[in-house]
Design a protein around this ligand. Sequence first.
Ligand code: SF4
Length: 94
Amino acid sequence: MQLGTVPERLARNQYDVDEGTPHIEVHQDVVRRTGAAPLLVRICPAHVYTAEPDASVGFTAAACLECGTCLAVAPEAVSWHYPRGGFGVAYRQG
Ligand code: SF4
């Protein structure tokens, strides 16, 4: 069985986003003050974060792999918790 490339394997994941209760909240004032945007962009394996020209960070919670790394490296800039039951990522689909 051939596993495929990492992007191909990640593409098999499915995400059910809890639109009413997002599991990621970014504190843009802290991101700007601490310059955390490049760090968040670099450490996220799912490319959830994007650096914006105004030193803030954009994010797309739908792609989150729930590894918790962003919370570990920038706990003041990011509020993060696991999605409610039934929401979030489902691995190894297909
Ligand atoms: S928990 Fe992991 S995958 Fe999700 S946004 Fe943070 S670093 Fe990215």
